[in-house]
Design a protein around this ligand. Sequence first.
Ligand code: PGA
Length: 263
Amino acid sequence: MRRRLIVANWKMNKTSAEAAAYVRRLSDLIQPASMDIVIAPPFTALHAAWHAMGPSSAFALAGQNLFWEDKGAYTGEISAPMLKDAACQYVIIGHSERRQWFGEQDQAINKKVNAAIRHGLKPIVCVGESLADRERGETTAVVTGQLKRDLDGLSKEHMAMVAIAYEPVWAIGTGRAASPAQAMEVHTLLRQTIASHWGHDVGEGIRVLYGGSVNTENAGHFLESPEVDGVLVGGACLDPACFATIARFAEDQSVAANERRGV
Ligand code: PGA
């Protein structure tokens, strides 16, 4: 079983003081042993979150975006070395809100993925269809097209650093999550697409997360599926108690799976 990855995407929420309070509370609520918990605060709160986590924290930090150049005259941008400097281990790339509001396209996303990997940051690459795409029956073409363009040119070794988040655009922030069956169908498709490009082992090893209106009610249903290697949580992660509840589903599933395998 792939190690579960549970991500809190705070988006444009929380000050430094709120970040510190959140991380302390979350540490009291959950100490993950058998999964990865990643917190993605806004850039301005990374430092405070890191301080509150302490050096032996079981949580990791992620940036919500980066720019592909290392430094230079790019007003308003943040580079991979800067995220590393802020103690990030991961970075979310190609989130649909970046695509929608900031015009990010696959070619730019591919450069960002390469920049992340070059500096040892693990990219969490988001793909997903719009409602119109789904209604036209184009989900498969859209998500596999994004996947191939976003990851174009990566080696097998690079792919080992990548996680994919399937985030149907119509499910993000709408309260209308995909059904676990819909998620499973696309996850299987993404894994097969990866396996056919990079080989069976890469396909089997890569983590595919679901994101889009995940909450304490539905998280368990997604995480029951062996095809769902974790969740990327937006709105419901802002309350540490809710996020801890969601993470516990993953922990419980991982422990149960290990018990079944006699580990
Ligand atoms: P949501 O956001 O959980 O609020 O739908 C998920 C995401 O955008 O990653």
